[in-house]
Design a protein around this ligand. Structure first.
Ligand code: ZN
Length: 391
């Protein structure tokens, strides 16, 4: 197998709101007011939009550098997730369910650790995995679930992974998997018998551009551009071309963006933002993704950081909003779900299951048609389904 670049190794791994539109003639920065927004949110949103407009007038906006026209259109706040009780019905015993994504067919796909547990003995002080001799996990680690019943429709991933973490399925069905013990990220194409791309060096943590260190998550743009959150030890995000050529490291001077365990990624393509669950900084931070080009005068990263947010474990895109879940932080901060509006840099809703409490949510995914949301947890090891219906 030929590696696409020197960085790769070959291996066996929704209210009314505003949106921005590029236009060549005018700039209208009047902010619409919606009935559900507080005065504070309105002012914050208006200020944010003015900042963006000013930035673009200075020639620093994305795309082809034309002026931005502010457009009021309907982008309703996403539905509050409603827990689907009794789902799943027929799921076998799971290990730590570290990841979830949804394939183009609308089936949730989970990534779990079987009998392996991440505990204090798993890594040494240099981040090397300490149980290599136990071999890869001997059970299927990737399970494709029935969206109606939760039963297993297909499974694979036996004897390949040492410590599963993130799973992302691209719009075309490619599966991206991260393994924090292997320090690698793998792209599997539909029907592939081996990964078509492998990023990082097997079992070798490192901070150079050819290495990863406990990579956590992947986001894939519709263009094929790939973002890898790297991860527990390097606290950076790497951007690659569809061919695997390194394009950018985030943060990169003069960009000031101090990340502390970027644990999950959500691309908001309509806003050209890459939203990061900046876990230990207890925030969602969204630098410009740069999918429409970049400029030397980039606007500051959007930051959502409120006292009740706590440690953010996972984020997922829904239109131009982001769903998020936090994890245990302090007795004063409930573990629950959030709906975040990057434009106003605010939390617009909170949600949680009805008959149970979230304990340690670790991953989050929204189905491609926006009808369902899935949350996975570690201890208890389980998958929860939420319906996304507008009332
Ligand atoms: Zn994790």
């Amino acid at each position: 197998m030929k590696a696409p670049s020197s960085l790769l190794s070959v291996g066996g791994t929704e209210e009314v709101r505003a949106s921005w539109r590029v236009d060549n003639s005018a700039s209208d920065v009047a902010a619409p007011l919606s009935s559900g927004e507080s005065a504070g949110q309105q002012h914050k949103m208006a200020a944010r939009r003015l900042l963006w407009a000013a930035t673009c007038l200075l020639g620093a906006c994305s795309g082809d550098q034309r002026l931005v026209q502010y457009e009021e259109d309907i982008a309703p706040v996403p539905a509050r997730p409603q827990h689907v009780e009794g789902w799943p019905r027929d799921l076998p015993h799971l290990g730590e369910v570290s990841g979830v994504s949804v394939n183009p067919a609308g089936q949730p796909v989970i990534f779990h650790r079987g009998p392996r547990v991440w505990d204090a003995s798993s890594f040494n002080s240099t981040n090397h995995f300490q149980h290599v001799s136990e071999g890869p996990i001997p059970v299927d680690t990737v399970l494709v679930l029935d969206p109606e019943h939760g039963s297993v429709r297909a499974s694979w991933g036996r004897s390949l992974f040492y410590m599963p973490h993130g799973i992302t399925i691209s719009p075309r069905g490619d599966m991206w998997l991260t393994d924090v013990a292997l320090h690698q990220v793998f792209k599997w194409e539909p029907g592939g018998v081996a990964p078509s791309m492998v990023f990082g060096q097997r079992l070798q943590p490192g901070s150079g551009l050819g290495h990863l260190c406990q990579p956590t998550a992947v986001a894939v743009a519709s263009s094929g551009v790939v973002f890898i959150a790297d991860g527990y030890c390097n606290s950076r995000v790497l951007e690659f071309s569809p061919q695997g050529v390194l394009l950018r490291v985030v943060p990169q001077p003069p960009e000031f963006l101090s990340l502390h365990v970027p644990h999950s990624l959500a691309l908001v393509e309509s806003l050209d933002l890459l939203c990061i669950a900046d876990r230990e900084n207890m925030r969602v931070v969204c630098p410009r993704a740069g999918l429409e080009g970049r400029s030397r005068r980039e606007p500051p990263a959007v930051t959502v950081q409120e006292p009740d947010l706590g440690r953010v474990f996972a984020v997922a895109t829904c239109g131009s909003y982001v769903y998020a879940v936090n994890g245990p932080t302090s007795p004063m901060i409930p573990v629950r779900g959030f709906t975040v509006d990057p434009l106003s840099e605010s939390i617009v809703d909170h949600w949680q299951p009805t008959s149970t409490a979230l304990r340690n949510p670790h991953a989050l995914a929204v189905s491609p048609n926006g009808s369902a949301l899935y949350v996975t947890e570690i201890m208890p090891n389980r998958v929860l389904k939420f319906a996304l219906r507008r009332g």
